[in-house]
Ligand binder design. Structure first.
Ligand code: BT5
Length: 271
């Protein structure tokens, strides 16, 4: 695929819209030089009744967020920080496992750009060779009209400077390291946004097919031992079994099977 231009092209709304697949028709896009967090900006838009779908991209984030108050390192000039706000008409409990489905969208996009080894670490990490290349943060907000808005935030490392990497407490990688040719951020943004909108448009009918796609080809944890870290600091070693039809992770701890819901825990592989 001829997606190569320069390593860190400037993010441009017009270029992204030109490259956006037809799934993107009707989605408004804003591109900023800097925001505190693209998710926070979109949550704010949802609260004040902004029309959806609405996507925003920032070249830098001053307070990029991960799950559970963790930080997402978001330096300027090289990476992609994208959020998409989308109106969901079902009930909030139908969104269980949704981050995994957006992970499928992200892996599809990275593979289209040539990163064939991209895989998903349940529930929201995208890895290449056990190194984190992207992370996903799903948040919801009830709008003024009482409807539910979902904000999908995705950070992709395209060109992550070494000093920044050194500050991250887990192995990470970027698109530049994985491709022998440079990658255009505008192209990546368009492909990723297109894949996210395709998944959203088909949800929830597409849930089973997306989970099957994950099971077939994207599961970075299959048969691995992991350390489960719970919110209260408790840690346990577990053997990963599979995901269930709601996207929950089935694991075996001391011979007993358990089901983990996204949001409860974070996992680290046992070396
Ligand atoms: C995530 O959280 O992986 C979700 C990250 C979502 C970021 C996007 S960027 C656009 C949108 N706007 C936002 O404000 N957020 C979203 P979690 O699973 O909690 O992982 C956080 C952990 O990942 C940190 O504690 C670090 O260990 C690691 N980390 C932080 N920055 C990283 C980076 N740039 N690359 C790889 N790993 C990183």
């Amino acid at each position: 695929m001829s997606t190569a231009t320069i390593a860190t092209d400037t993010l441009e709304r017009a270029s992204i819209l030109r490259l956006l697949p037809s799934a993107g028709v009707g989605c408004e896009l804003r591109v900023f030089e800097q925001l505190d967090s693209t998710n926070s900006w979109l949550l704010q838009q949802c609260s004040t009744g902004g029309a959806l779908p609405l996507a925003c991209i920032a070249d830098a984030q001053t307070a990029g967020r991960g799950r559970a108050g963790r930080n997402w390192h978001s330096p300027a000039g090289g990476n992609l920080y994208l959020s998409l706000g989308w109106r969901f008409t079902g009930s909030a409990d139908q969104l269980a496992g949704f981050s995994l489905l957006m992970g499928v969208a992200t892996v599809r996009a990275l593979r289209q750009l040539g990163i064939e080894q991209a895989r998903l670490k349940w529930p929201n990490d995208v890895l290449v060779d056990a190194k984190k290349i992207a992370g996903i943060l799903i948040e919801t907000r009830t709008g003024r009209d009482g409807g539910l808005a979902v904000v999908i935030g995705i950070g992709v490392n395209v060109n992550l400077p070494a000093p920044e990497r050194a500050q991250i407490d887990q192995a990470c990688t970027d698109v530049r390291e994985q491709l022998s040719v440079p990658c255009s951020r505008n192209q990546l943004a368009a492909v990723l946004l297109g894949e996210c909108l395709t998944v959203c448009a088909g949800f929830p009918q597409n849930r089973a097919a997306l989970l099957d796609e994950y099971r077939r080809d994207y599961d970075a944890l299959l048969n691995q031992s992991v350390v489960i870290r719970r919110g209260d600091g408790q840690q346990q070693t577990a053997q990963v079994l599979a995901i269930d039809d709601n996207g929950a992770l089935r694991v075996c701890i001391d011979g007993v099977e358990h089901s983990l819901m996204a949001g409860e825990v974070s996992l680290r592989s046992v070396p």
